[in-house]
Design a binder for this molecule. Structure first.
Ligand code: ADP
Length: 404
């Protein structure tokens, strides 16, 4: 039932009809109940602005009915006006109030008084309904605001994430552009030199000029060095793309580290007359590694030691065991070292701490080396024992299976 309801409870049908007639109005519904039980049934189904309750009824009287009405949650605050006969005494009136009556009307009721009293409760009920509606609206608005705030926060987070992703992408593009120009330069230098030597020799041959064997030997040494450098650059690039694709495979075999180091030094030594190589192997041992890949790492460290100590000097290669767990190889030079602000980044892809026309490199050697060592479950770290030079330390597990 919609609208405002008024409940009339009286065992006398005539009384009910009379009250109904007095209260009839399009503004509210008047419901009649012939007993306390019937009233309670109505109260289960609906809310009422006011209950007009006859005190004297057979079976369940008005007081008992009021007590049960108050006992239920839905109707505990519904106003009750008792209708009493003129014979009601003060004791009965008090009993009624104590059971939750808000008022009394003595029968026969005065129509104006009845209508006026009922009108107050109808008005009160309407106001209460309005209030409930407003409260509900406020609750909804609060929910809306909260939802708005949540969406806003999510949007901010998305925006921040998007900005971070964009910054990262821009950084990657910058890195790539920078790398491409460095790589192009690095690749072009040996190619230009190879072409130069080839063209010179060809010109002399075309002119039938006798070739000076010493100059030809010198040219071939340079061609050999430049093409080796070229091959190195290309394989670093290939290694990087394999690493990035997770496709760098190891081909492990038992390897005697001291032999590996000696062979590398025998290969590197002829390339420089300013540097001396000192191997200091306190332990001789064999471990399970990919010998070609480990050779690549150590060669890279030694090449760097030579490259970044342009005045020459000793390059130390130490080999030792840490406990029975770690095989260690360190390459130490007395060169230009690495400025503090660059030290955290030298293992990053394309990172170069020293850039200048006379320093070649594409910033991939240490990155690739570190990834190879990591694949062996080892570590590659750098240390700066004094203010000159650098010391790169490889640590490889003696029992790599335990690390798998
Ligand atoms: P690059 O091909 O440029 O040498 P690497 O990845 O091998 O690239 O090294 C990264 C950077 O770390 C180098 O550009 C250089 O600035 C610095 N670096 C590496 N090894 C040494 C070293 N032994 N002494 C000083 N600086 C070094």
């Amino acid at each position: 039932m919609t609208g405002v309801n008024i409940l009339l409870v009286d065992d006398n049908a005539e009384n009910l009809m009379a009250l109904d007639a007095l209260l009839a109005s399009p503004d509210h519904n008047v419901i009649q109940a012939r007993s306390g039980e019937a009233a309670l049934r109505w109260l289960l189904e609906d809310d009422f602005a006011v209950i007009l309750l006859d005190v004297r009824m057979p079976n369940m009287d008005g007081f008992e009915t009021a007590m049960l009405i108050r006992g239920r949650e839905r109707s505990q605050y519904t106003p009750i006006i008792f209708l009493t006969g003129y014979e009601s005494n003060t004791v009965n009136l008090f009993k009624g109030y104590s059971l939750g009556a808000v008022d009394y009307l003595v029968k026969p009721v005065v129509p104006e008084v009845l209508r006026a009293k009922v009108a107050v409760f109808v008005e009160l009920f309407r106001k209460n309904q309005d209030l409930q509606y407003q409260l509900e609206r406020i609750r909804e608005l609060k929910d809306d605001v909260r939802e708005h705030e949540r969406i806003n926060e999510e949007r901010q987070q998305l925006l921040a994430r998007e900005q971070a992703a964009r910054a990262e992408a821009e950084k990657a593009v910058q890195e790539r552009d920078m790398f491409l120009s460095v790589a192009a330069h690095e690749l072009k230098t040996p190619v230009t030199s190879l072409r130069g030597f080839a063209q010179t020799i060809l010109r002399q041959m075309n002119r039938d000029t006798p070739l000076d064997p010493e100059r030809v030997r010198h040219a071939f040494i340079t061609i050999d060095q430049r093409s080796t450098r070229l091959a190195q650059l290309v394989s670093q690039l290939l290694d990087m793309s394999r690493i990035e694709a997770g496709q760098l495979q190891l081909d492990k075999a038992p390897t005697l580290i001291t032999d590996l180091v000696s062979n590398i030094i025998n290969m590197v030594q002829p390339g420089t007359d300013k540097h001396t190589f000192v191997i200091n192997a306190t332990d001789s041992f064999s471990i399970q590694v990919d010998p070609l890949r480990l050779e690549q790492v150590i060669t890279n460290l030694i090449d760097n030691a030579v490259k970044y100590s342009p005045d020459g000097g000793p390059v130390y290669v130490d080999v030792w065991l840490e406990g029975n767990e770690w095989a260690c190889i360190a390459v130490t030079d007395c060169g230009i070292g690495i400025p503090v602000e660059h030290r955290d980044h030298i293992f990053d892809r394309f990172y170069r701490a020293h850039t200048g026309n006379n320093v070649s490199g594409i910033g991939l050697g240490l990155y690739v080396s570190k990834q190879i060592v990591l694949l062996h479950h080892g570590t590659l770290e750098v240390d700066f024992p004094s203010d000159r030079g650098s010391r790169f330390i490889i640590r490889l597990p003696m029992n790599p299976d335990e690390q798998e």
